[in-house]
Design a protein around this ligand. Structure first.
Ligand code: FE2
Length: 398
């Protein structure tokens, strides 16, 4: 890539990192038992929350645990189960209508990334009744205090309960965009293993690899700080200890909680240190071909790390002991970490490519989309050209 362009990207990233140092990103208050929910809401003088979820989750038995805990605490609530994947303006507007009509005073997001994004969107519109979500596209456009939001993750990957972002879709313009503001970090997160015990193995594998990607991209990129590194490394330790074990035994309470904690920590890390090209490529494939996010990351992770080559060797060698794969030198340790990841994915029956999912991909368009998302915003370990990104896509799509 031309040196001037690399210089521009790197200068932008250094400036962004400097600005991030002044941004106060809160951490959510953590609860680990649903029975604590009543006291938490009452302590904040909140009386009538709106639970935001989707139809599938609302019909699962685990949802009854949440409703029962609120009933026992004598807290009345409304349920809005209209969250859809890639929450649209319409579904968020419908949710805020329910919030207002039922005179709610708090939000409980129950689900994976989509219900959380939907709840974050509802929170924004509840505080800005005269504005469209389009006005908040980008970074730091949400200034008002938002309603109290408590997040209950029901997968082990997105980390959305810790992040300052919401992804929404303007269905009339097909513009899928991100809203970033520290105001969007949930006030509290409930990591109760009962909400993820018994997840299907395929979902554990793909969402778990999403969390792995968050932790690795946050740690390997140039946006990390002491604080984000601490969380990323702790997440990697948790993922090593619990991901495969949870996949093997989805009923295990210990491993369910271990994974919830790791996914949360990875979320804390990447919302401060950003992600990288794995996510940029995964978003391109998700948008154009509907490849599920976790699965896309899982498949793209190792090919993208290999493309970073020597630029991540030292850091990979530093984390090799976490996975018990230290080699004789940095190069060997780094190769061992990549082999560890490949082996983990193979053991969890994750595919190595998208041959069955992605038909007739326009690799140039996908690479262009990923380059546009990644540059100059993501402080990646090595800036890749559009052709290099296309090579990665070629490897996994053809
Ligand atoms: Fe992700």
């Amino acid at each position: 890539m031309n040196a001037l362009r690399v210089f521009f990207y790197r200068t932008y990233q250094v400036a962004l990192k400097g600005a991030m140092a002044f941004l106060r990103i809160p951490l959510p208050f953590l609860l680990d038992r649903v029975e604590e929910l009543g006291a938490e809401l009452k302590g904040k003088k909140l009386k009538h929350p709106l639970i935001v979820t989707d139809k599938g989750l609302a019909s699962f038995p685990a949802f009854l645990i949440l409703k029962q805990a609120l009933d026992e605490a004598e807290i009345t609530y409304e349920v809005y189960d209209g969250a859809v994947p890639n929450p649209t303006f319409a579904c968020i507007e419908e949710g805020v209508k329910r919030y207002r009509e039922a005179h709610c005073d708090a939000l409980i997001a129950y689900g994976g990334g989509s219900p959380m994004d939907c709840a974050k969107g509802i929170a924004i519109l509840a505080s800005y009744p005269k504005k469209s979500l389009q006005a908040f596209k980008g970074v730091l456009h949400v200034h008002r205090k938002l309603p109290y939001l408590l997040a209950i993750p029901t997968t082990v990957g997105t980390g959305s309960e810790a992040t300052l972002a919401a992804v929404v879709l303007n269905e009339s313009t097909k513009d899928k965009f991100q809203i970033d503001s520290p105001r969007l970090v949930p006030n509290a997160a409930l990591l109760d293993p009962r909400f993820v015990q018994g997840l299907p193995k395929g979902l554990i594998a793909s969402t778990g690899m999403d969390a792995f990607t968050h932790a690795l991209e946050a740690y390997l990129g140039r946006g990390g700080t002491k604080f984000s590194d601490k969380y990323a490394l702790s997440a990697l330790m948790g993922l090593h200890e619990h991901l495969y074990a949870f996949y093997e035994d989805p009923t295990s309470k210990e491993h369910a909680f271990g994974m919830q904690k790791a996914a949360y920590e990875a979320g804390v890390a990447f919302t401060r240190a950003f992600v990288g090209y794995v996510h940029a490529l995964a978003h391109a494939l998700g948008g154009a071909h509907g490849v599920p996010h976790g699965l896309a990351n899982a498949v793209l992770l190792v090919p993208t790390l290999k493309k970073y080559g020597k630029s991540i060797e030292k850091k990979l060698a530093r984390i090799a002991p976490i996975f018990d794969v230290q080699g004789q030198n940095n190069a060997e340790s780094a190769a061992n970490v990549l082999a560890y990841l490949e082996d983990l994915e193979r053991k969890m029956n994750l595919p190595k490519g998208f041959k069955d999912l992605v038909k007739d991909p326009d690799l140039d368009a996908l690479a262009k989309h990923a380059a546009k998302e990644g540059n100059p915003f993501y402080p990646v370990p090595k800036i890749l050209t559009r052709n290099e990104l296309k090579d990665i896509l070629q490897e996994v799509c053809i």
